[in-house]
Design a protein around this ligand. Structure first.
Ligand code: GLA
Length: 444
């Protein structure tokens, strides 16, 4: 009897917390995890902003979609077609947002259907404040409604900007929209765009799939000097490719599958005039820009007019080998190992022991130099990978010269591979504002 009562007391003690918790009202969690699997590698696509700003409409977007298919860009991986600022119309009496009926007379759902039928995905743009940067309606106070509208239309991507957000807490605002997108039920890639102001790399890995790390890019390779118009007003100036690289490179530890540093969209093949100033890059500058974006595992979002693309631009953005460097499943952002006398040396660890390696020449002169692997050993603290040039043999493929022969390199320690081809150093000329890039593959 005594034994039985001891067991009863014991069981009651065990069940007590259960009874208490059953008596409590169930806690409803408002948190929805960000969508998984939509950005295991950096997103690729096209956006209307860099070239067209708010001057967008249904015909342009459909023509761009057709061009993306015909030029082989969809097959190359550029699947998102993103409307940036300027698509919004008015909110209705219930607060739901609508597209501009003049610019998009068939409606967003029809546009999404058009894109989906061609293997593309629709991206859209909004802002965490009262207005977007171009003063269209923002999502503040309408987050869940907007997410529902996007999901209903068939949107696949949301870029969420940061203008007119006085007193809004960035982590809170982006978490709120993440939850709204989760609640709306359609997988949507969430691209955070607050220009790196509140260091989103420190708090946004569970919130967005990428975060902008800088202000707005323009088609300028070198930093742009501050200038003033005839009324003494300071002109807008873009962030140049080189400035952006300097800001984005030190953040490499924060990037990885599903959460990428975003150094802004590509300017390859684009030119603009803003505040009376014309900006354009040369093909070699475009090639360097594209290469370093691939080395940095950056989202590859084209920003040029695809209906007027040149062969040179197409060859750059369709370079399969470079795209594979960007899209490498290991998802490690590359590192700059040397930055001296106008030369930048970059390495990026890739799957199966491979490495991408490039040299960018930012100086005004062509430079001929010797690549001596024994002086370039990399021990990467982020990926914990090392090149081990002293003991691993690599074959080397020139990524911008597919016709160039693949050559084995550096054989030390492990003996001779094929004597006549084995080299541990070679000379190369890197043209001014241009790049050379290679893929190193261990020879088994
Ligand atoms: C901000 C963003 C840009 C673009 C514009 C649109 O400046 O950083 O990328 O989206 O707004 O107004």
């Amino acid at each position: 009897m005594k034994r039985l009562s001891t067991i009863c007391i014991f069981l009651a003690t065990l069940l007590l917390p259960l009874q208490v918790s059953l008596a409590q009202p169930r806690r409803l969690s408002a948190d929805f995890p960000k969508w998984a699997g939509v950005a295991d590698t950096p997103q690729m696509g096209w956006s209307s902003w860099n070239c067209f700003m708010t001057d967008i409409n249904e015909d342009l977007i459909k023509a761009t979609a057709d061009a993306m298919v015909q030029l082989g860009l969809v097959d190359a991986g550029y699947v998102y077609l993103n409307l940036d600022d300027g698509w919004h119309g008015e909110r209705d009496e219930n607060g739901f947002v609508h597209e501009d009926p003049v610019k998009f007379p068939s409606g967003m759902k029809a546009l999404a259907d058009y894109l989906h039928a061609r293997g593309l995905k629709l991206g859209i743009y909004s802002d965490a404040g009262n207005f977007t940067c171009a003063c269209y309606t923002g999502s503040l106070g309408h987050e869940y409604q907007d997410a529902i509208a996007y999901a209903h239309w068939g949107v696949d991507y949301l870029k969420y900007d940061w203008c007119f957000t006085n007193n809004v807490n960035p982590k809170g605002a982006y978490t709120l929209m993440r939850n709204a997108l989760g609640r709306a039920g359609r997988p949507i890639l969430f691209s955070i765009c607050e220009w790196g102001i509140s260091k989103p790399w420190e708090w946004a890995a569970d919130i967005g799939h990428s975060w902008r790390t800088t202000g707005d890019i323009g088609p300028a390779f070198l930093p742009v000097e501050t200038s003033y118009d005839e009324n003494g007003r300071r002109r807008w100036k873009p962030q140049s490719v080189l400035e952006i690289i300097d800001k984005n490179e030190p953040l490499r530890q924060y990037a990885g599958p599903g959460h990428w540093n975003d150094p802004d969209m590509l300017e390859v093949g684009n030119s603009i005039t803003v505040d009376g100033v014309y900006y354009e890059m040369t093909d070699s500058e475009d090639r360097a820009h594209f290469t370093i974006w691939c080395m940095m595992a950056a989202p590859l979002i084209l920003g040029n007019d695809l209906t007027k693309i040149t062969d040179e631009t197409l060859a750059i953005i369709k370079n399969k080998e470079m795209i594979a460097v960007d899209q490498d499943p290991l998802g490690v952002q590359g590192l700059r190992t040397i930055n001296k006398d106008g030369l930048q040396y970059w390495f990026k660890p890739l799957v199966d022991g491979d490495w991408a390696f490039c040299i960018m020449n930012t100086s005004e002169e062509d430079v001929t130099l010797t690549v001596d692997w024994s002086a370039l050993e990399v021990n990467d603290p982020v990926s914990k990978r090392r090149t081990s040039f002293g003991s691993v043999n690599y074959s080397v493929k020139d990524l911008w010269n597919p016709e160039a022969p693949v050559f084995p390199t550096l054989v030390k320690g492990k003996g001779i591979l094929r004597e006549q081809f084995v080299i541990n150093a070679f000379d190369v000329t890197v043209k001014s504002h241009d790049v050379v890039a290679y893929r190193l593959t261990p020879v088994k």
